[in-house]
Design a protein around this ligand. Sequence first.
Ligand SMILES: Cc1ncc(COP(=O)(O)O)c(C=O)c1O
Length: 466
Amino acid sequence: MIMNKSQADNCMASPSYYFNEYFKGQQASDLQSCYSFYTHKLPCTHYITRACNLNTTNTSIPYTMEAIRNDFPILRQRVNGNPLIWFDNGATTQKPLSVINTLSQYYREYNSNVHRGAHTMAVLATKAYEEARNKVQLFLGASSTEEIIFVRGATEAINLVSQAYGGANIQEGDEILLTEMEHHSNIVPWQVLAKQKGARIKVIPMNDKGEIILEEYRRLLTLRTKLVGITHVSNVLGTINPVEEMTRMAHDYGACVLIDGAQAAPHFKVNVKQIDADFYVFSGHKAYAPTGIGVLYGKKAILEAMPPWQTGGGMIKDVSFEKTDYNSLPDKFEAGTGNIADAIGLGAAIDYMNKLGLDQIEQRERTLTQYAMERISCLPDTFVFGNAVDKTSVISFIMKGISPVSIAKYLDQKGIAIRAGHHCAQPALRHFGVDSTARVSLGLYNTKNEIDILVYNLISIHKNGV
Ligand SMILES: Cc1ncc(COP(=O)(O)O)c(C=O)c1O
């Protein structure tokens, strides 16, 4: 929905408590002129409404925003004298109390190593750790817990696949296809492998809206293609890629598909079986869980056929100085002591997202993305990158004459955390001829009021400089 003048006035006349608190001490007329200023620029609206493919009629969520925000203690912080507005969810999300309490309870009540102990604490810790794996299995729609490997994060998962799967299956002359919008984490490990093996990397191009060009992708696929790496959601453009279709196309050529779900898993329901992904990876910390824990999903048959990556304790059945028999899945890929507490914390984060409902989270965030896109795109001298028809949660932009870092620093003084830089996706930015953008990335606790405050400050930057 586009805010017209009378709606803007209405919004100014009845701001929520939060909005009120932020603007305490400001003249209403300032706000009025601010809104008039940008609503005046709305002619670009028609172009924005196409940008988000969503149904805006049902945006209800059974939990109030106030209740959700109360679950995140950090959101009560003031930063530089202002209430914290966390728009850096693409980098990492804040943690709900249930996750914080789960970690604290683990260390206070049943800290133990897992699997190898006969004592009560080991049994409790093992049970909680394996329950977390079970939650991840259901979260991703995987067939069994054997397909769920705990790793440090998306980066580690991709390194595991590139070295263990790639090391065994990719040979000289083979080709690896990666989209132009990959995060460096899904580029560099493949470059290393390609160099080791004499394989070639080919790039699946995107158009200027930030959408994969499927005809080009089709042209690139050959019997030499051994692996296709696709980000489910671009961390710089917010594009939701057609991973199901792309996977089907890759499989027609016998290629294996790895999907980087780092920016997808926190935002909508993922089903690895429906996608038919061979590998799917995500990081816990971007999904309301602690840092240092992430997931590699792999099809059981593929994981079983793969050699281990790291070796040592925990991943073995029997060791002699002559030879080692490896453990069965998933232990074969979890050498050494894992990140037990944070895996259990990931389970709590999944419980939290399930409680709110992934469908509702998706609906709210898409609505909020559209709301932000409408307003930021319409600001004068401001250019937004990424207008895919299917898009969520990320808005990257530049403002003429003002560096992204200066924008981020200005906003930080107002308590607003956004990211500025190349977002570890330099090839994607180069497509648009820039080396840096400001990036707003949304999470389940963000509100329209927060977007309004952001826009108000962006207008101020445009009018008065930084
Ligand atoms: C799309 C994407 N892939 C991979 C990563 C790497 O995630 P991590 O640093 O948690 O391993 C990120 C982080 O920003 C990302 O956005």
